[in-house]
Ligand binder design. Structure first.
Ligand code: PFF
Length: 446
C-alpha cells in the first residue's frame, strides 16, 4: 500500500523550513565567538569560501537525492540501487537521537532564561552572580529536565502537524520573526557607546590567526551549521516536487544561514565589548556574559528576553528537522506520524536526562574522558556528521553521477557550475572531510 507523500506547499515554504533547520544554536552562540577568536574577518572569509564550495555542494547533493527518490534517508539509497549507502540513513537516525538529546537540554535553558528575564529575576545581578546562578541552575536535578521536556513537547507539536501544516508553517512564521528580533538586537548592539571595539574584534581581519586547525574548525562549523551529513536535509528534499529549481534553493539556504551567523556576531560582540565583558567562549557567553550585558544596558529588560526568544525559535526550527527524518523512516515501517513522533519525542526526553544531569549528579561519570553531554556532541559533530557528509559526496559525485547531473541541470546541459559541483563532490569534499575527521580525532594536528 502506498500512501501519497506529503509535499511542501510552496518553494518559499521549503526554503524557510530548510533555513530554519540550518539556523540554530550553532549560528547564534557558536559562530560569533569562533570568528572573534580566530582572526575576525579573515575567519569569516574562509568560512564563506567553505560554505559556498563544499557546504553548498553537499547541501545540494542531499536535496537532490531526497527529491529524486521521494524517500527517507534509508530507502533513498536502496531505491537508487545502492543499499550499502543506506548506512548514511541508519547513522543519521542514531545521530538525530543523539543530537536531539543534548540540543533539547540547551534549548530548555533558553526557555528558562526567557522566563527568568521576563520575571525580573536578574535585576541588579553582576557577572559573578550570574555565573553562579547559571552554574547552580544547570546543576539542579529536576528543573532543567522539566524545561528540556517542555522543549521536546514543543518540537513534537510542530512535527505532529506534518509537513505543510506543521514544519512549513512554523518556518514561515518563526523565521521572519527571528530576523526581526535579530535586526532589533543588531541595531541596539551597534549603537551602544563603545561598540566599535566589539566590531573591531569581530571584523578586523587578522590573517596571522589562520592556521590549518582554524580552517578545519571552520569546515566543521560549516557542516554542523548547514545541518549536513545525517539525512535531515535529504528528508526535507524528499518533500519537494520535481519542478523545483534546487540549485537556487540550496544557494538561498546557505546565504540565509551565513547571514544569520554574521548578524548574530554584530548583535552580540559590540554589546559585550561596550560593557567591558569577556568575549570568552561557549555556553558562558550566552548564559552568563550576555545576561550581564542585558542587565546593564538601557532597555535590557526588553532585549534580554527577546534574545532568549530568538535562541528558542532558532533551536525549535532545528530540532523539528532532527525529529522529521525519524518520522520519515519509521513511517515506511507502517507506523503513523502521531505514533512515531510521540514515541521518538519520549525517547529523546529520556536520552536528554543523562545529558542534563552531566552538569550535576552525573558530572563525574565519564566515558572516553567526557561526560554524557559532551560525548553526544563529540560523537555526532566530530564523527557521524562528517562521515555521513563524506559518503553523500562520494555517492553523488562517483556513484550516481549522470542522475545527479540530470537532476540539477536538466537533460543535456553540462554547465560550468554543474561541472564544478561534481568536481567538488568527487575530490575536494571527501579530502577536506577526511582531514576534519582526522584532526577532530586528534590523529593529525595542523
Ligand atoms: N544546524 C543546526 C545549528 O546550527 O544549530 C544544528 C543541526 C540541526 C545539525 C539539524 C544537524 C541537523 F540535522
Amino acid at each position: 500500500m502506498s500512501i501519497k507523500r506529503e509535499h511542501w506547499g510552496s518553494r518559499l515554504g521549503f526554503i524557510m523550513a530548510t533555513a530554519g533547520s540550518a539556523i540554530g544554536l550553532g549560528n547564534i552562540w557558536k559562530f560569533p565567538y569562533m570568528a572573534g577568536e580566530n582572526g575576525g574577518a579573515a575567519f569569516i572569509i574562509i568560512y564563506l569560501a567553505l560554505v559556498f564550495t563544499i557546504g553548498l555542494s553537499v547541501l545540494l547533493a542531499e536535496i537532490m537525492i531526497g527529491r529524486s527518490t521521494q524517500s527517507d534517508a534509508v530507502t533513498a539509497f536502496k531505491k537508487l540501487g545502492h543499499g550499502g549507502f543506506s548506512v548514511v540513513g541508519y547513522m543519521g537516525i542514531a545521530a538525530a537521537f543523539m543530537i536531539l538529546s543534548f540540543y533539547c537540554v540547551v534549548a530548555g535553558w533558553t526557555i528558562a532564561y526567557i522566563i527568568k528575564f521576563a520575571s525580573g529575576h536578574f535585576v541588579g545581578m553582576g557577572g559573578a552572580e550570574l555565573g553562579a546562578e547559571f552554574g547552580s541552575f544547570i546543576a539542579a536535578p529536576v528543573k532543567p529536565i522539566l524545561y528540556q521536556g517542555g522543549f521536546v513537547i514543543l518540537t513534537v507539536i510542530v512535527v505532529l502537524g506534518g509537513i505543510a501544516n506543521g514544519i512549513e508553517r512554523a518556518g514561515k512564521i518563526l523565521m521572519p520573526l527571528l530576523f526581526v528580533i535579530l535586526i532589533a538586537l543588531v541595531i541596539r548592539g551597534v549603537t551602544l557607546p563603545g561598540a566599535e571595539r566589539g566590531l573591531e574584534f569581530f571584523l578586523a581581519p587578522d590573517f596571522s590567526k589562520i592556521t590549518g586547525s582554524t580552517i578545519m574548525a571552520a569546515l566543521g562549523q560549516a557542516f554542523f551549521s548547514l545541518s549536513l551529513g545525517m539525512g535531515a536535509i535529504l528528508t526535507y528534499g524528499s518533500y519537494l516536487d520535481k519542478t523545483a529549481n534546487i540549485g537556487k534553493s540550496a544557494s538561498q539556504v546557505a546565504f540565509l544561514d551565513t547571514l544569520v551567523a554574521i548578524l548574530a556576531g554584530l548583535a552580540i560582540l559590540p554589546a559585550v565589548f561596550a560593557f567591558n565583558m569577556d568575549p570568552g567562549a561557549g555556553p558562558g557567553l550566552t548564559f552568563v556574559t550576555l545576561p550581564a550585558v542585558f542587565s546593564a544596558m538601557p532597555g535590557g529588560y526588553i532585549f534580554g528576553p527577546l534574545f532568549f526568544c530568538l535562541l528558542t525559535i532558532a533551536a525549535l526550527t532545528s530540532s523539528v528537522s532532527l525529529l522529521e527524518p525519524l518520522v520519515a523512516f519509521f513511517s515506511t515501517k507502517g507506523f503513523s506520524r502521531a505514533q512515531i513522533t510521540i514515541a521518538s519525542g519520549f525517547l529523546t526526553f529520556l536520552m536528554g536526562i543523562p545529558c542534563s544531569l552531566s552538569f550535576g549528579l552525573l558530572s563525574d561519570f565519564k566515558i572516553i574522558d567526557r561526560n554524557f553531554f559532551d560525548l553526544m556532541d563529540f560523537l555526532t559533530a566530530n564523527l557521524m556528521l562528517p562521515i555521513g557528509g563524506m559518503l553523500i559526496a562520494i555517492f553523488a559525485g562517483w556513484v550516481i553521477t549522470p542522475l545527479a547531473i540530470r537532476e540539477v541541470s536538466g537533460e543535456g546541459d553540462h554547465g560550468l557550475l554543474t561541472k564544478a559541483w561534481i568536481f567538488i563532490l568527487r575530490f575536494v569534499a571527501p579530502i577536506a572531510i577526511a582531514l576534519i575527521l582526522l584532526s577532530g580525532l586528534d590523529i593529525i594536528q595542523f
